[in-house]
Design a protein around this ligand. Structure first.
Ligand SMILES: Nc1ncnc2c1ncn2[C@@H]1O[C@H](COP(=O)(O)OP(=O)(O)OP(=O)(O)O)[C@@H](O)[C@H]1O
Ligand SMILES: [Mg+2]
Length: 487
């Protein structure tokens, strides 16, 4: 079978819902003449079935129908597919109900008897709006990815690392970022993308450890609708989203064997196979990262050797902060500016003693630990300067015992004990989730899941921002000008 070429621009699809066959037929003819794909439904339930099954850009529905009325359909449709734009049809002279529908999220209304020009104009406008919303959320994601933060550091080792990274950025060779937690691997991945010829294209990051095993495959490669239970609509995978751009696979050591096989094929052939779908050719640049020793993982049989060689084309090792301690003042001052600004505090500098304390510490959590330390000091600091006393105790006395203890009263809910235990262990490991998971004897994924569900929230700012929801419902003042259609 020949691979399908990307990108594919799907024909906009309109769903027409009315219990009157003549109206459905008339609308179908008008819209098909406009080269739009039309799907029809004779009642609310049928319409919801369609919405669950396939991608619909705009729904045109009657308000008064036996069974589920247009109002309820509107509510349910927005719940299933928030990005669908809805146009309601009203009988002549019942403007109130149309206004009500628009308050509930309808984009526009058209009044019966329908006029061809009016129908076409309303549908076109709604389609433009849908495209704009989709484009907006895509741009927002691209912007977030493109605004990478500056890589601070002037040490010999950091300069050499950046030099390699710039050279690598010019090619399309796969880069493997290695290094301890918090050394800046993700930052470096964004740096490489931003300095590559693909910088204007998408940067698509995927944290392989954060996704449940069952979802990772379809997340990466996509799926056809109906490929498995719950696959109610087909979904483009992250590979396809990264077409002509950069795909960043973070925590690559966490992917399971079956996904490793598909990944190998993607890297070798530039082809991805959506679950239950046809093979696609995708042009992506791959950057991977891990804080594990992949050679060990290969020896232990948990990571495929052939895949290891495929992704280990240009390895870049991010140096731990203790090996470039001369960067500490630079980084500390950089974070001081960032967080004083963010928290609106007039803290301008560190005391010599504070700089000395920071320079004598080993930073097991690397730059992330330094960043968190400075942010906390900025928030807590009362004067214009951060002193040693504003820094955590373990920095001032590196010998201080780290064995934290937690006490619980009898009868504390197990869930609360679990939550506190995970939280304290994460603080102890300075945000290193894998180490925390190892210490607690649970899977790294479990920690990610708990973090993501909000079950545990780490004060040190460890939680990643939630991705922007594509096609979020329109703001209420965004429903268009009703006067434009009402004459
Ligand atoms: N050289 C640097 N200059 C400025 N900020 C940095 C630098 N290195 C790391 N950071 C910051 O430190 C934090 C941790 O970096 P990042 O998430 O890239 O680390 P990582 O190696 O991916 O860690 P992990 O393995 O835990 O995922 C981020 O907020 C990042 O912006
Ligand atoms: Mg990372």
């Amino acid at each position: 079978m020949h691979p399908v070429a990307l990108p594919m621009q799907p024909t906009p699809t309109v769903l027409v819902v009315d219990d009157e066959a003549s109206i459905v037929d008339a609308l179908t003819k008008v819209l098909e003449k406009e080269s739009l794909a039309v799907v029809t439904a004779r009642n609310g339930h049928e319409a919801l079935d369609v919405l669950r099954r396939q991608r619909i850009d705009v729904m045109v529905t009657d308000l008064r129908m036996p069974g589920m009325g247009g109002d309820d359909l509107l509510k349910a449709a927005k719940a299933i597919v928030p990005e669908v734009e809805v146009i309601v049809m009203t009988a002549y002279g019942t403007v109130e109900s149309a206004v009500e529908a628009m308050k509930r999220g309808a984009y526009d209304f058209i009044s019966k008897p329908l006029k061809r020009a009016q129908v076409v104009a309303a549908v076109r406008k709604a389609l433009d709006k849908a495209a704009l919303v989709a484009e907006n959320s895509k741009l927002r994601a691209q912007l977030a990815a493109a605004t990478y933060r500056e890589i601070v550091g002037n040490s010999q080792v950091m300069r050499a690392t950046l030099e390699v990274a710039r050279q690598a950025a010019n090619s399309t060779a796969t880069v493997l970022l290695l290094g301890e937690s918090g050394t800046g691997k993700e930052l470096m991945a964004r740096y490489i993308h931003a300095h590559s010829p693909r910088s204007q294209r998408s940067f698509i990051p995927v944290n392989c450890a954060a996704l449940p095993e069952s979802i990772l495959e379809s997340e990466l490669f996509g799926h056809e609708k109906g490929a498995f239970t719950g696959a109610i609509r087909s979904r483009e995978g992250r590979f396809a989203e990264a077409h002509t751009g950069t795909l960043f696979l973070d925590e690559i050591a966490e992917i399971t064997q079956p996904v490793q096989v598909k990944l190998l094929r993607a890297v070798q052939e530039g082809e991805v196979e959506p679950v239950g779908g046809r093979t696609l050719k995708v042009d992506f640049r791959l950057v991977c990262a891990t804080n594990r020793d992949l050679v060990e993982e290969v020896k232990a049989g948990s990571f495929r050797e052939d895949l290891y060689y495929r992704i280990n084309v240009i390895p870049i090792r991010m140096p731990p902060l203790r090996d470039r301690i001369e960067d500490v003042p630079l980084l500390a001052e950089h974070f001081l500016r960032v967080y004083a600004n963010k928290h609106g505090k007039a803290v301008a500098q560190f005391t010599d003693e504070a700089l000395h304390t920071m320079g004598n510490y080993g930073w097991p959590g690397n730059v992330r630990e330094l960043e968190n330390t400075v942010e906390r000091a900025v928030v807590l600091c009362k004067g214009a300067r951060i002193g040693a006393e504003d820094l955590p105790a373990e920095l001032r006395d590196p010998q201080a015992p780290n064995g934290r203890q937690i006490t619980f009263s009898v009868g504390t809910p197990i869930e609360e004990i679990e939550r506190r235990m995970i939280l304290e262990t994460l603080k102890f490991t300075r945000g290193d989730k894998r180490l925390a998971a190892d210490l607690l004897g649970i899977a790294t994924r479990t920690i990610y899941r708990k973090l993501e569900s909000g079950f545990v929230s780490v004060a040190e700012g460890e939680r990643r921002a939630a991705p922007a929801v594509p096609g979020a419902p329109a703001a209420p003042d965004d429903v268009g000008d009703p006067d434009e259609v009402l004459h």
